[in-house]
Design a protein around this ligand. Structure first.
Ligand code: PRX
Length: 634
């Protein structure tokens, strides 16, 4: 990335010859054209990098659109590809994971040791009655037992449903109830900004309302006193040292289309959607995108600084890097604890070569200035990545110049929980423009269209659609296939396109620029929340009768949540009440959902059919034109 050029007001970064010479993929246009011409051939070639217990019969089965199936007839297990197959090669003794706790404790696992831990954990799960087809809920801090637990479930044929450790007990209850989990895995707590989080307490509260839970496995992390119910709650360290938790455990053969995991994400209604991913397509898709986009090499130390509890963590902390035999870095705590050099200190200490994070994290660290990273030798970095929200050019340049020393290309990857892996992304050889995710990945046909499905002109804003299936796509929404069709496939039913819910532009060079969500989803610090979830948390406060939530731009978080509340008769708006309502929302959903502001109002702009016009609220808050008000109720 040595060369930059000015094109009008836009900066363009060209890859250096060094980067091009060493990249796995040295050319995009031709390979992309071929991958579109014969998509199945492209994916069949990629599937050769994967071990199948039994070869698949068909690459793509599109007989029941939009319920596409991939690699049908194949027998596979992602854990066999992520761990078992490395044990017979030189990888066996290579580091699979380096983990650092916030207090500074360090643990490392070779592939051999990871296998042992996963086998022992899997045998504990078996002894507790977990079977193929079960869904195990996992609610944990960022400790090594989190990926180990995920892999252990999948090894024996169960699917996991990981609930982000920052969510409240109510969010946990909803997800356990939907998945009907019998077993939950948690920890006493974890460390965050020098304090401990009380996870087990939240789990205890949740289990009280979740009759399906029979067993709770608890990992000891903080050592703080927690309530353990006799006959229901077990310490992992007690069970894992029993003779039946042997270090050997068979990896169960799964069908390509068997469920691998459920991951809940926000949508337009209050009820989170259980997005379902399956073994075959996800294994091929995530490992291919990771290998090609981040150009992974044997010597790389890969750090995806997300929480394993989100899709980024599932695909690119746990599964893809292990399949590709990388050494993975995991860190438990906050980037600025105890000082804002914490990340850079770890990059130096462990010789991290690739860092993949979110614009929010970059902006957060940028505000402390460049002297913090400059205290450390971070020259081991050779590639950088960004995900979760559009990256503003200022943050891009800081990341590129201060962290990447002007030499590391930035892979701005656009994708979603539902897509499983990167959809629009540069490759190391791509010409980059700060703020653009550039071009579709191989095999992906994407477009920006109007409401009717006509392509909009260069530079014009429209809706982002995916025109053809890809192996990493979500297969359905758990127990709600109609909602799957309705949410993603209804809008462009005639054309058979997937509606991403984002607005975007394509410039004259064919580069994609993502603008943001057009549906009722809010991205706060890269986290995805639904306005409906926030509104229902607001009205669950005793004084609130009606509420609306919108997103407004925020320097650090990308977006912040602004809310409007109509109070019940007899209630008075006050600063104290505002504070109380904010805390209430944080308690109902989790601290990430805490509103920036609660405005008390007597009325909300609504359509005649009673739908809140959030667009009008937003325009008013920003002092912009309110647009077409013909449907506004008098
Ligand atoms: O709006 C887009 C934004 O994140 C949404 C997906 O959120 P989630 O399912 O939580 O997955 C996040 C991690 C993959 C998208 O609809 N988004 C994701 N990546 C980018 C992005 N917006 C702009 N640029 C990106 N690179």
């Amino acid at each position: 990335m040595a060369n930059k050029a000015q094109n009008g007001s836009k900066l363009i970064y060209y890859p250096s010859e060094d980067v091009i010479k060493n990249a796995h993929v040295q050319e995009y246009d031709q390979l992309y054209a071929q991958s579109i011409q014969d998509r199945e051939k492209f994916w069949a070639e990629q599937a050769e990098n994967i071990d199948w217990f039994k070869p698949y019969d068909k690459v793509l089965d599109d007989s029941a659109k939009p319920f596409y199936k991939w690699f049908t007839g194949g027998k596979i297990n992602i854990v066999h590809n992520a761990i078992d197959r490395h044990l017979t090669t030189g990888k066996r003794n290579q580091l699979a994971m380096i983990w650092e706790g916030e207090p500074g404790d360090v643990r490392t696992l070779s592939y051999h040791a990871l296998n042992r831990e996963v086998c022992k954990f899997a045998n504990v799960l078996k002894s507790m009655g977990v079977k193929k087809g079960d869904i195990v809920t996992i609610y944990m801090p960022q400790i090594l037992e989190l990926p180990i637990a995920m892999l252990a479930c999948v090894k024996i044929g169960a699917a996991h449903s990981v609930v982000y450790g920052g969510f409240s007990s109510d969010a946990l209850i909803n997800r356990i109830e939907d998945a009907k989990s019998k077993l939950i895995i948690t920890a006493d707590g974890g460390y965050r900004r020098g304090k401990t989080t009380q996870l087990k307490e939240i789990v205890n509260e949740a289990i009280r309302q979740c009759p399906t839970i029979e067993v709770c496995l608890c990992v000891k992390r903080t050592g703080e006193e927690v309530y353990m119910e006799n006959g229901r709650d077990y310490w992992l360290h007690d069970l894992i040292n029993l003779p039946n938790a042997s270090p050997k455990c068979e990896t169960v053969e799964m069908d390509s289309e068997d469920s691998l995991f459920i991951l809940y994400t926000s949508g337009t209604t209050g009820k989170p959607k259980g997005v379902v991913h399956t073994h075959g397509g996800y294994t091929v898709y995530t490992s291919t995108t990771h290998r090609m986009v981040f150009d992974v090499k044997d010597y790389d130390r890969w750090w995806c600084a997300a929480d394993p509890g989100w899709i980024t963590g599932h695909s690119y902390i746990v599964y893809a890097p292990l399949i590709n035999g990388s050494t993975i870095m995991l860190y438990e705590g906050a980037p600025n604890h105890p000082y804002p050099n914490r990340w850079w200190q770890m990059v130096e200490k462990y010789g991290i070569t690739i860092l993949y994070t979110s614009p929010t994290a970059i902006r957060g660290l940028m505000r402390y200035g460049e002297t913090w990273p400059q205290r450390h030798d971070i020259s081991s970095l050779r590639l950088l990545g960004s995900v979760g929200e559009p990256i503003n050019p200022e943050a891009w340049r800081w990341y590129h110049e201060v962290i990447g020393n002007g030499k590391c290309p930035i892979m701005d990857t656009w994708w979603q929980t539902e897509t499983g892996g990167f959809m629009i992304t540069p490759l190391p050889i791509t010409t980059l423009k700060p703020g653009s995710a550039t071009k579709p990945f191989f095999g992906n046909e994407m477009a920006v269209v109007d409401k009717e499905g006509n392509a909009v002109g260069p530079g014009e804003e429209g809706r982002l659609v995916i025109k053809a299936p890809w192996p990493g796509m979500a297969r359905t929404i758990l127990k709600d296939p109609d909602r799957y069709v309705e949410t993603y496939w209804k809008e462009y039913e005639k054309q058979g396109w997937y509606n991403a819910g984002d607005s975007a532009r394509i410039d004259e060079d064919g580069d994609f620029w993502i603008i943001g969500r057009i549906d009722d989803v809010i991205k706060v610090s890269g986290y995805r929340l639904g306005t409906a979830e926030i509104e229902s948390a607001l009205v669950s406060h005793a004084d609130v009768s009606e509420a609306a939530a919108i997103a407004l731009p925020h320097d650090l978080k990308g977006n912040a949540i602004y809310t409007y509340a109509i109070l019940r008769q007899g209630c008075e708006g006050s600063r104290e009440l505002e504070k109380e309502i904010k805390e209430h929302v944080a308690k109902e959903i989790g601290p990430i959902a805490k509103p920036e502001k609660v405005t008390f109002t007597d009325s909300l702009p609504k359509t005649r059919s009673g739908k809140i016009m959030r667009r009008v609220l937003k325009a008013r808050a920003l002092g912009l034109d309110e647009g077409d008000l013909s449907t506004l109720e008098e």
